[in-house]
Design a protein around this ligand. Structure first.
Ligand code: AGP
Length: 366
């Protein structure tokens, strides 16, 4: 059944490997090769998105990281300004809400206390509407929002969120395309085609598991790790660092690579593993020069990169090559190897992968 580990050693591993299937489920009936179905977000979605002039996204933890990725998408592909904030901060601010602002919450459980409180607060602030992107139908967040879209990841048992995150990203890309369409902008067939091809690309990346497991050995004895990314891959670096912290208890930090020389470079020496997400995008050349800064200080680089980018393995650089993917979809694909890396490091360290210390699956108290 859904709550059994089957052939897998941990729920987390099972949930990582379920991603091709649940991504397909999250897309099912919500788009075709040429068009996104705006009504997936409910009968009022078309009218509401048409009126939407900006978006506020509120969430916690991993769900917050999904929101950070969505900011790049909504701004670039729908032309809508976006603010993203963690719920525990938002709920105690005095937010100024411009006319035509859509309020979006992201949550696996739909019961996270801070996110729910943020929604209740937002309803007093004059938003044009509220949308919950959630994995649990009938949860408080879904019941109390004007509109909802289910992520269809199925039950997620591991405390470290994996498939809930990637299906949130799918929902957020569908939101981006839907807002764009409702505003009368042309459809984006390349992204739609990329979405259809994504489950099989994810399957290919999961096929790299043995290579990722081999890389993980370099981390087992480390106390710190630095994750770097740029653009929409900065939030992916944040998510990679959160996963490593949660289940392996290694202190990990993520930085936008361009910020390195403003401080964290001081931490880099031959003991510091630096993990970098390097898809083939417009920021690649800048990222490459950031990586040179790390090498020059003797840092050990682990680069997850597109085959085409021409970063080759050397004594101080280990490279894991990923298949080519449309730029918009890269954040989804590059999440998978980082999940697997944390998983294998945690297994090597012998931690309780599915139930890490001090953490609860759903944080229903403030
Ligand atoms: C993810 O690995 C964490 N365990 C945690 O950050 C989680 O994403 C956060 O508590 C939010 O939960 P939610 O998505 O159920 O609201």
């Amino acid at each position: 059944g859904a709550a059994s580990k089957g052939e897998y050693r941990h729920y987390m591993l099972k949930e990582i490997f379920e991603q091709p299937k649940v991504i397909e489920a999250a897309l099912e009936g919500r788009m075709s090769a040429s068009s996104v179905l705006v009504e997936s977000f409910g009968p009022d979605a078309q009218a509401l998105f048409q009126k939407t002039r900006q978006v506020h996204i509120i969430a916690c933890g991993t769900s917050y990281h999904a929101g950070l990725v969505a900011r790049y998408w909504l701004e670039r592909y729908a032309g809508v300004p976006v603010q993203v904030e963690v719920a525990s901060e938002y709920r105690y601010r005095h937010p100024v809400v411009p006319e035509g602002t859509l309020f979006v919450t992201l949550s696996q459980s739909g019961e996270t206390a801070d996110t729910l409180a943020a929604l209740r607060f937002a309803k007093t602030l004059g938003y044009v509407g509220t949308l919950a992107i959630c994995n649990v139908p009938g949860s408080s967040l879904v019941r109390e929002s004007d509109m909802s879209l289910m992520t269809r990841a199925g039950p997620e048992i591991g405390v470290a969120s994996t498939k809930a995150f990637t299906t949130q990203l799918i929902a957020l890309l569908l939101l981006t395309l839907s807002v764009s369409k409702a505003k009368g902008q042309p459809e984006q067939p390349e992204i739609l085609a990329g979405l259809q091809a994504l489950p099989s690309l994810c399957q290919q990346v999961l096929g790299l598991d043995a290579q990722i497991e081999a890389l993980s050995q370099a981390f087992a004895e480390k106390h710190h790790a630095l994750f770097l990314g740029r653009g929409a891959h900065y939030p992916i670096a944040l998510e990679g660092a959160l996963k490593l912290k949660e289940i392996s208890y290694i202190h990990a930090e993520a930085y936008p690579a361009g910020e390195l020389k403003h401080g964290p470079l001081a931490l880099v020496d031959s003991e510091m593993p630096v993990i970098s997400v390097a898809p083939n995008d417009e920021l690649l050349e800048k990222l490459k020069s950031n990586l040179q800064e790390v090498r020059a200080r003797g840092g050990q680089l682990f680069v997850f990169a597109d085959r085409k980018v021409g970063i080759s393995a050397q004594e101080d650089i280990r490279v894991l090559e990923l298949p080519e993917v449309h730029e918009a979809l890269a954040p989804l694909l590059y999440t998978l190897p980082l999940q697997l890396l944390s998983y294998h490091v945690a297994v090597l360290k012998g931690t309780d992968v599915d139930q890490p210390r001090n953490l609860a699956k759903s944080v229903t108290v403030e």
